[in-house]
Design a protein around this ligand. Structure first.
Ligand code: HEM
Length: 113
C-alpha cells in the first residue's frame, strides 16, 4: 500500500478513536459493548497504519518519538474502558485524552529524538 493510503487510514481511524473515546465518557452503559468494539477496531487500524508508515517512510528504522507514540496509543486505547467504569473521573480522563493527543502530535511534527 502507498504511504498516502496509510496516512489516510492513520488519521481517519484516529478521528474515530478520539470521537468514540469522548462519546464513551458520556454515553449510557448499554452502549459499552458497541463502543468498545468500534474503538478496538479503530485502535488496531491506528497501530497497523502507524507501522505501515514506519515501514514505507522510515524503512523500519525506529526512532525515539515512535516509541513515545506507541505509549500514547497504549494509554489512549485503555481510556474508553475506564470511561465506562469510572464515571466520576470523566473530567480527568478528558484532560488526559487531550494531553495524549498533544504529546502524539508534537512527537510527529517536532520529532525531538
Ligand atoms: C494514538 C495516537 C496517535 C496520534 C494522535 C497520531 C497522530 C499522527 C499525526 C497527526 C500524523 C501526521 C500525519 C501527517 O503529517 O500527514 C502521524 C503520522 C505518523 N504516525 Fe501517528 N499517531 C498516533 C499513533 C501512532 C502510532 C502508535 C504509531 C506507530 C506505531 C504512529 C506512527 C506514525 C508515523 C510513522 C507517522 C508518519 C510520520 C511522518 O510523516 O514523518 N502513530 N500520526
Amino acid at each position: 500500500m502507498s504511504p498516502t493510503t496509510y496516512y489516510i487510514i492513520h488519521l481517519v481511524s484516529l478521528f474515530v478513536l478520539f470521537g468514540y473515546t469522548f462519546y464513551a465518557f458520556a454515553a449510557p452503559a448499554e452502549t459499552r459493548k458497541k463502543v468498545l468494539m468500534i474503538t478496538g477496531i479503530a485502535s488496531l487500524l491506528v497501530l497497523v497504519s502507524g507501522f505501515g508508515l514506519i515501514s514505507k517512510i522510515y524503512q523500519n528504522q525506529f526512532q525515539g518519538w515512535m516509541f513515545v507514540k506507541l505509549g500514547v496509543w497504549l494509554a489512549l486505547s485503555a481510556l474508553t474502558g475506564f470511561g465506562y467504569r469510572r464515571r466520576g473521573a470523566v473530567g480527568a480522563l478528558s484532560v488526559i485524552a487531550i494531553a495524549l493527543a498533544l504529546v502524539a502530535v508534537v512527537m510527529v511534527y517536532v520529532k525531538p529524538f
